[in-house]
Design a protein around this ligand. Sequence first.
Ligand SMILES: [Zn+2]
Length: 268
Amino acid sequence: MIPLYPLNTYSDLSFFALLFAGFMGLAIGSFINVVADRLIHDEPLSGRSHCDYCKKTLSFMDLIPVFSYLFLRGRCRYCHKKLSFQYPLVEFLTGCLFILVVLLSPQADMLHIVLYWGIVSSAWIIFISDLKYQLISDSVQLTFFVFVFLLKLIERATLFSLGFDVISGVMVALPIGLIYLISRERAMGLGDVILAFIIGFLFGMGKGFLALYFGFVIGAVVGIALILSQKKKLKSSISFGPFLILGMIIVALWGDVLLQGIKRIYGI
Ligand SMILES: [Zn+2]
């Protein structure tokens, strides 16, 4: 393996490593904004960004994450229309996520960190595009799966363990798949089924189902809150992808503790 800079212990985590993670996150966050918007509209990823209003191509100075937004006070340099707050917000949050990944994985080497960043970024794009457009891009799902698969490979997956991961993925996707079929695509989309599969493949059956459970609970709470606040009608749909991703985050952070607790309660 390539000898990459190892982040083996907390003492190795210099200020500069975190600073590097933050800046990587800002840059990738800027890219995530582009991907989330363009893939949904079937626009090519190449080509320079332009202002949504005056269509003027933005210069390098206008594209520096967060800072150019602050410097221009949230307005286009050319037509002075207000720019979407989504851009700096996503960039800032991606920076925070990248730093968090490094802080939460003190034992991980650089290769692991990069794959974690890839997984977090793919999940983040799915979260944003599903929330904003109720669509999940197939190519982002595929990228998500490739990062997860590579992580399994460097963690010495065997053909047997990979086969088991596929079974876990299918089992976790099964309830979503049934809802998808019974509701005739109205309650769940095929994107949700694939997402559930990837989550099961990544975490295994126990944690996969736990992620699904939290997805449903959070989805129900938010759904009821939206109906009560009359922001949504009973018949209108809300996307399930973001809730699945939230369930996935809960399980990634506290899955082991939660599973141990469940096993103790039921005496398994
Ligand atoms: Zn403009």
